[in-house]
Ligand binder design. Sequence first.
Ligand SMILES: [Zn+2]
Length: 295
Amino acid sequence: MSKSIFSGLEDLGFDDIDEIDLYNTKKKEIKKEELLELTDEEKEIKLLYDREITCPVCDNVFKAKAVKTSAARMSGRDSDSFIRYDVINPYFYDVWICNKCGYSAMKSDFNKLRGYQIDLVKEKIQPKWRPKNYPDVYNVNIAIERFKLSLLNYYVTDSKPSKKAMNCLKLAWMYRLLKDTENESMFLKQALEGFNSAFFNEAFPLYNMDKFTSMYIIGELNRRLGNNDEGSKWFSQLITTYGVPSKLKDRSRDQRDLIKEAQELEKGVDKLNNVNSSEKQNTKEKKGFFSRFFS
Ligand SMILES: [Zn+2]
C-alpha cells in the first residue's frame, strides 16, 4: 500500500503510516499459504463437522462425522450412479455407528428402526460388540469395514432387500476405488439379487430410486456382471416404455449398445476358435473371459 493514500495527515500526527494494508490483503494471503501447507488429512478435518446423534437402540448420545455440504466436489459419475469426488469422499462417512451398542446403519436409515428390530440389535449385536475408536479422517478401508458393519445390522434386523442391496452396491463401489474387481463383483452380485427382489416385492421408490431408475440400475448391474441378455432386456424395456425420461432412455440406449458391441466381439472370438479347431480351445472359457473383460 502506497504512502500517498494517507499523505497530508502527517501534521495531524499520523506520520508513521508508510506501509498500510488497506484491505488486509496480506493477512488473507498468509491464510491461503497456511491452507496450502496443510496436509491432506488436515484439509479433510476442516471439511468435516460433528453431528450429535442419539442411538435408537441404547439412547447413547454420540458424535458422528459429517461432510460439510459445500465441501463435496463431484468429479464424475459412473454408469451405475457411483459418484466420484475430489478432496473428500462423502461415501466414507455414510455409515453411523453407535460405539456403545454396535448398532450401525447408513445415515438415512439410522433412525428408521422398529421395536422388534431394536430388540434384535440388543439380542444379536450388542452382546458381541467391542467398541472401536476410529481416527479423525476415514479412508476407503475404514469405509469398507463400516459398510460391512451396517450390512450385518440390516441382515440381523431383517431389513428390506432394497436397503441391503444399496449397502452392497456401496461396498462394490468402495472395492472399485481399490481396483479389487473380485470383491467388487461379489457385492455387485449381491446388490443385483437384492434389487431384483425389491423391484417385484417392495413399493417404490426403492431407496430413493423411482421405478425407471431402479430398472436402469438392474439392467446396468446385469451388464457389469456379464449377464448381457438379461441386461439388454431391462434396457430395451426402458427404451420402449412410455413416460421414461428421455435422459434415462438415452443412457439405456448407450448401455444396450455396449452390450451389443461386447456380444459382437464374443461372436468374433467364437469364429476364431472354430477356425482354429486344431488347438481345441475352450470356447466357453473364452466367452466368460471376454464378457468379463468388456463388462
Ligand atoms: Zn447404541
